[in-house]
Design a protein around this ligand. Structure first.
Ligand code: CA
Length: 368
């Protein structure tokens, strides 16, 4: 990599100082038109995740490495974990104002900036990972996401997915909706709105603060991600019951976003590399979670004696009905949210039909 950079500098130096190209014919034209591409840029990537945190933090690291590798070292990306450069929930503003060129997080953290942002991370009883990718890449979702982030000078894209998450950690059994009343729970985004409707208090804590808050009793319950991440945080040491499924996060998309000026300063090939590296990272992270969650679940249950519980069907049914109401109400808050919601809802309704006779039917069939 260093060797390549030295060569790049030499080449730029030759072009700038002499103004004359060495060589002849087509080579000259090619070299001249790609002079800009030889410049090396140094980017900072700020993240909402603790440094090197399994899954998300390592996913951000991989994305940075991939961009550097694919660009032949022309984009050097240094990753900063939560709090290293800015606090986790300030990365959106930091990249927007250019303190860092790139961010890695989850779009539901930015509902204070735009309600519509939440649709690109997770919607309760919304889309699975496979369906989110279909909506984003083939169903018009990505263009809407770009429209939502444009006023902030940011270019967003998908850069990871957790798959279906777990319902969360509780210190009491959840047998009815009444058991959620009065509960102070760490649960972000639209799922938090649903809990609020049920008389609970949703709290949006960054990952690094969850364990201590649960252990100290500052919160009564928490969701985080799934067995792989939850085990790494030691959440089983602070709560007894581990509920599923994660109705509130059925296929959470993680994001990368780039400062628009920094993005537009890149030549087209590097812009394509940044976007497509994110696309690879998106797929990689889902594979990482899918491969590791089952192992971690076994450890939680067999080694740590965690009480695994499924939310009762009646509770899930009621949660779904309230979720649909809450999501529709949030979407009614502004025209852009409504526009995103209409696209999302149309896609969801269609895919529920299709996956009813494909994915869902198969998953049911193989456990008959
Ligand atoms: Ca979560």
């Amino acid at each position: 990599m260093k060797y390549r950079n030295v060569i790049n500098k030499i080449l730029i130096g030759v072009f700038v100082v002499s103004g004359v190209l060495v060589g002849c014919g087509k080579q000259e034209e090619t070299a001249m038109s790609t002079v800009k591409e030889f410049e090396t840029v140094h980017w900072k990537m700020v993240t909402t995740w603790p440094k090197n945190f399994p899954g998300m933090g390592t996913g951000a690291n991989k994305l940075a490495e991939l961009i550097t590798e694919m660009s032949g070292g022309r984009i050097q990306v240094k990753v900063y974990g939560a709090k290293e450069l800015v606090p986790p929930f300030e990365i959106f503003d930091a990249v927007s104002r250019g303190t860092a060129e790139m961010g890695h997080g989850a779009s539901y953290y930015w509902k204070g900036k735009s309600e519509a942002a939440q649709f690109f991370a997770a919607v309760p009883f919304g889309l699975t990972a496979q369906e989110m990718n279909a909506w984003l890449y083939q169903g018009g979702g990505m263009a809407l996401w770009q429209e939502v982030y444009a006023p902030f000078g940011l270019v967003p894209t998908a850069a990871g997915n957790t798959g279906v998450q777990m319902g969360g950690w509780f210190n009491k059994e959840i047998n009815s909706l009444a058991d959620l009343k009065g509960l102070k729970m760490r649960i972000p985004g639209l799922g938090g709105e649903v809990l609020s409707r049920l008389g609970g208090t949703p709290v949006s804590l960054p990952g690094g603060e969850i364990f201590t808050s649960l252990q100290s009793g500052a919160i009564d319950a928490t969701e985080w991600v799934g067995p792989y991440n939850d085990l790494a945080f030691g959440l089983h040491k602070a709560a007894k019951f581990y509920y599923y499924p994660g109705w509130h996060e059925p296929g959470t998309t993680l994001e990368s976003f780039v400062n628009k000026q920094a993005f537009e300063a890149l030549p087209e090939d590097l812009q394509a590399i940044v976007l497509n590296a994110s696309r690879v990272a998106n797929q990689d992270m889902l594979a990482d979670f899918t491969a590791r969650n089952n192992q971690a679940l076994e450890t939680l249950v067999k080694v740590h004696s965690v009480q695994l519980r499924k939310f009762p069907d009646e509770v899930l049914k009621q949660l779904r009905s309230i979720s649909d109401e809450v999501v529709a109400e949030v979407a009614a808050k502004d025209p852009l949210s409504q526009k995103v919601y209409q696209s999302f809802k149309k896609f969801r309704d269609q895919v529920v039909e299709w996956h009813g006779v494909s994915e869902q039917a198969y998953l049911n069939a193989r456990t008959l």
